[in-house]
Ligand binder design. Structure first.
Ligand code: GTP
Ligand code: MG
Length: 451
């Protein structure tokens, strides 16, 4: 469609078919997919493109608007005192999500507490307590009490000083009547401001029944989709959103308490359609930068107008590490997700992380002057550094070569105006490979640590 100004039905049909394929692959329910494609087709063929818009832009906009309509906005979550009840199937990720959400609220400046009412699974108490510790939030549970309703009541009293109270419940199948009665009783005692249904991204067609029953029992205000770091795209959960007339609140993207994101339609849509997710990547970069040690006043901006030293490179490597496993980060880069990455051997990511660690060890054996001015490292210094760090000389050379490569990439960014930057991002987004790995130069050092 590129370059065309008029739409013909075959073009539209082809676009619609491609979207259908992506969505069905992402587990979106067929009915939802069909409704969506009808609407896209109808609008694309009957609406008048505004003057000056190309056919491609016009269709993209319709697709985007309809997708936003399908996935909805994120669940409204005011940053104020509130009680949140979590429900869901066994193993869907409730306990993990409780700690993650508590961590998230604490980062927003609120005092959270997790209340664990699972008396069903013996390990639940310890698991929950440990995760709350990791999230550095208050915790209430009572391993000696086997009445979840009583624990909930006592928990609310015990955590009175907390602002956001997150009540975790035992996993249950919505079709088991006694468990549904139990969560109803907890719901009555807790009187939550919102109840969230936690769902594994891999949930497929089962989502519908489950969602209906939980909706009847406690009323669902929002959905949390977990395990989006796996291969499942979470499209099944959209059925639950549709069924409960609710919205998505959070996304879980890993096992640690920080692996949580507030739902945001843009990123989720790109993920469903199999495009990279620039916005999310940007957020991760930002978060990683926030937690980077501030022991010396390192400013990433300096790199762009000054020298790029080994110290800068080390900071970049640290920041990359904090963003999470490299394969996850790569997944979010447009044009890489599912493409190039899949061609890498399975252990390629581990190897590169090992490599980054060994670079770190090498740098520990370098002098301040060498770190500031890596070009001063000659053959004799290389030998000394290798001996000092217990690494082979080739590793030291590799590090220096890596640094030169990153420096070269960064040179290209220097003097680049905002407009150029945006153009480059756009090109990456369109996935024509123009950016690809090289595009990472800005944050990771083009092609850099990935070998
Ligand atoms: N990779 C990944 N694993 C997750 C995520 N969320 C949870 N898990 C894992 O999934 C498993 C189940 O998570 P839990 O939080 O215990 O699930 P639950 O719903 O509390 O389980 P029950 O209390 O037994 O019903 C654990 O091994 C978690 O580490 C996620 O977003 N990504
Ligand atoms: Mg649990």
């Amino acid at each position: 469609m590129q370059g065309k100004t008029r739409l013909d039905p075959e073009d539209v049909e082809e676009v619609v078919r491609e979207i259908q394929r992506s969505l069905i692959q992402a587990d979106v329910e067929i009915d939802l997919v069909m409704d969506l494609s009808d609407r896209i087709e109808d609008r694309a063929l009957n609406e008048e493109p505004p003057g000056g818009t190309t056919a491609r832009d016009f269709v993209l906009r319709i697709v985007y608007e309809e997708m936003v309509d399908l996935v909805g906005d994120s669940t409204d979550l005011p940053l104020e005192s509130q009680t949140i009840l979590l429900a869901g199937l066994q193993g869907s990720g409730k306990t993990t999500t409780a700690a993650k959400m508590a961590w998230w609220f604490s980062k927003k400046g609120l005092r959270p507490a997790v209340i664990q009412t699972d008396t069903f699974r013996p390990e639940a108490y310890d698991q929950s307590k440990q995760m709350a510790e990791r999230a550095e939030v208050s915790f209430y549970g009572d391993p000696d009490n086997d009445d979840p309703v009583e624990i909930a009541r006592e928990g609310l009293e015990a955590t009175e000083e907390a602002e956001v109270r997150i009540v975790d419940t035992a996993g249950r199948h919505a079709l088991e009547e006694d468990l549904i009665d139990e969560i109803r009783a907890i719901d009555d005692v807790v009187e939550p401001d919102r109840s969230l249904l936690v769902m594994d991204a891999a949930i497929g067609q089962g989502a519908k029944d489950q969602a209906q029953r939980f909706e009847e029992a406690i009323g669902v205000d929002g959905v949390v989709i977990t395990k989006l770091d796996g291969t499942a795209k979470g499209g099944g959960a959209l059925t639950a959103v549709n069924e409960t007339d609710s919205s998505i609140a959070f996304l879980g993207t890993g096992e640690t308490v920080q692996d949580v994101e507030r739902f945001e339609p843009n990123g989720f849509i790109s993920r469903l359609l199999g495009m990279g997710d620039l916005k999310q990547l940007a957020e991760r970069v930002e978060r990683a930068m926030e937690t980077t040690d501030e022991e010396d006043d390192w400013d990433p901006e300096d790199i762009l107008d000054g020298q790029f030293t080994l110290k800068d490179m080390r900071h970049q490597m640290d920041a990359m590490n904090k963003m999470g496993p490299l394969d996850q980060v790569l997944d979010m880069i447009p044009g890489l997700g599912g493409g190039l990455k899949d061609q890498l051997p399975d252990d390629a990511m581990d190897v590169t992380q090992d490599r980054m660690r060994s670079f770190d060890i090498v740098m520990d054996s370098m002098t301040e002057g060498e770190l500031e001015n890596p070009r001063s490292v000659g053959a004799s210094q290389t030998r000394r550094i290798a001996r000092g760090s217990g690494q082979p000389e080739e590793r030291v050379q590799e590090l220096l070569e890596q640094h030169r490569m990153m420096e070269r990439t960064l040179k290209q960014f220097q003097g680049m105006g905002d407009a150029d930057m945006q153009r480059m991002m756009k090109r990456m987004e369109q996935g024509d490979g123009g950016g690809g790995m090289g595009g990472m130069g800005g944050m990771g050092g083009g092609g850099g640590p990935f070998g």
